[in-house]
Design a protein around this ligand. Structure first.
Ligand code: G3P
Ligand code: MG
Length: 249
């Protein structure tokens, strides 16, 4: 199963949509990525204390919105009124934080493959996995274009795999530890994701020899892209997918 890479993501994956070109994790970023010809995107999903599933990277609201405080503690009325576009560029004023439901409708509409990263900000790994797994049960699979659920949190991956064993799991590492394969196997991981700045070509070989697709974050320079693709990496997360499209082969 895991040896067929074509069923997982793509060589060029829009990071947080396309975070260098439009506000990260926003509808505008997904629409722009799709219009550029991107086939796969990565976004982050979090869980608020009241059980909402916003598409958002940080726990703090201050970098990417006009709000304050943590997303964990915010209520939905507050989040729904925030502007998550103006900080990036005034052209995106009025952009709103997406919820998982809206994100899924959007990726279906745009025909995008999706890497959904479970972002654990506190101790909510199981609750986040279970809220996402429950929502994913209802999604329209016949319109689905490919899905990988990833996380740095072992507990979140373990819980998600137990609840949705048919969905592909991506194990997110920074560097690749010596026990990477037993960690991956224990959550049924199909793909390995790692930080390009913390690995070597030897690490790529270790993972590829075992037959796992390997995806690296976050690459924005063409020479890095060429280096890692030549080394055998299956795909990269980039904030600027426009720089790599057309150089995939
Ligand atoms: O999923 C790849 C990458 O997004 C992981 O790190 O911090 O950008 O979510 P981060
Ligand atoms: Mg991410």
């Amino acid at each position: 199963l895991r040896k067929d890479n074509s069923m997982y993501l793509d060589r060029v994956i829009g990071h947080r949509g396309c975070a260098g070109l439009a506000p990260e994790n926003s509808e505008a970023a997904l629409r722009l990525a799709a219009s550029l010809g991107v086939k796969a995107v990565e976004v982050d999903v979090a869980l608020t204390r009241e059980g909402m599933l916003p598409i958002f990277h940080d726990n703090s609201l201050s970098r990417c919105t006009n709000g304050r405080g943590s997303i964990r503690d915010a209520d939905w009325n507050y989040l729904a009124a925030l502007d998550n576009g103006s900080w990036f560029d005034r052209r995106f004023a009025g952009s709103r934080i997406l919820q998982l439901d809206q994100l899924l409708a959007l990726t279906t509409e745009l025909g995008l493959m999706l890497n959904l990263e479970l972002k654990v900000h506190d101790t909510e790994a199981e609750a986040l996995a279970s809220a996402v797994a429950e929502r994913m049960e209802k999604r329209d699979e016949k319109n689905d274009n490919g899905l990988v659920v990833s996380s740095f949190s072992h507990a979140a991956l373990e819980a998600y795999h137990r609840l949705q064993p048919r969905h592909a799991i991506g194990y997110l590492f920074e560097g690749i530890p010596s026990d990477w394969q037993s960690l991956a196997e224990s959550v049924g991981a199909a793909t390995i994701h790692a930080d390009a700045s913390r690995i070597t070509e030897a690490d790529v070989a270790r993972v590829k020899t075992q037959g796992y697709p390997l995806f690296l974050y976050t690459l924005n320079q063409r020479r890095q892209f060429d280096r890692w693709i030549t080394a055998g990496v299956d795909g990269v997360f980039t904030d600027y997918p426009d720089r790599f499209l057309g150089r995939e082969h």
